[in-house]
Design a protein around this ligand. Sequence first.
Ligand SMILES: NC(=O)c1ccc[n+]([C@@H]2O[C@H](COP(=O)([O-])OP(=O)(O)OC[C@H]3O[C@@H](n4cnc5c(N)ncnc54)[C@H](OP(=O)(O)O)[C@@H]3O)[C@@H](O)[C@H]2O)c1
Length: 218
Amino acid sequence: MRIGILGSGGVAQTLGSALITLGHEVRLGARDASNERVRAWAEREAEPAGGGTFVDVAAFADQVALNCTAGAHSLEALEGCREALQGKILVDVANPLDFSQGMPPLLTVTNTDSLGERIQRGFPDTRVVKALNTVNHEVMVDPGRIPGAHTLFLCGDDAEAKARVRGWLGEWFGWPDTAFVDLGGIRAARATEAYLLLWVHLMQVTGTSDVSVRVVHP
Ligand SMILES: NC(=O)c1ccc[n+]([C@@H]2O[C@H](COP(=O)([O-])OP(=O)(O)OC[C@H]3O[C@@H](n4cnc5c(N)ncnc54)[C@H](OP(=O)(O)O)[C@@H]3O)[C@@H](O)[C@H]2O)c1
């Protein structure tokens, strides 16, 4: 597959490297096509890794793009990608965190709206699936870093898109199908984004970012 990753940070690089290992063609995107982090990553990975602007990598994707931009700025980053993302699935990995007041972070959008919903509203011809945002980037590509069963939440308005993302995450990174808790429509992004407030505390008290939760019920 040709996979476009919007973002140049640690999340984009970890996902990109894992997907390259699996034989996919991957492009990482940034505001500037000559972004230094992307250039260094592409050099390390060699072919078929590459980079470009956010629009370039959105257009490069044949079926799916991943939003790995800073959530507080994702809408700015995605601006201009509407046509390039048309008809494609966008996995929204971003969290709208505001670290300007220090730790713990605040959310730039919450309660009555979410980043996932804002993206879906702004991109009606793109199927947005919120997923992977509730675990650390190393866990995203290697769920076994955390011993035992743990949960990966996902949500989105398009059932077929969610099923495909669920399948890909299993096939690419080994997420067992039993790990997924489908919370329904994209409105549930309000909950999975707000979960980050708890996740930050869990990370602080456990002393590791390899931390997650498991949903249990009768
Ligand atoms: N770290 C984790 O393990 C983890 C886990 C779950 C979810 N997430 C989420 O994943 C996302 C990526 O995290 P990260 O730590 O890899 O990277 P990050 O530092 O949060 O974001 C970097 C990306 O955001 C873009 N960006 C920043 N300000 C921008 C602006 N004003 N306009 C347009 N684009 C802007 C950057 O563009 P340039 O490339 O042009 O600089 C870069 O591509 C975040 O939303 C984060 O909350 C992270």
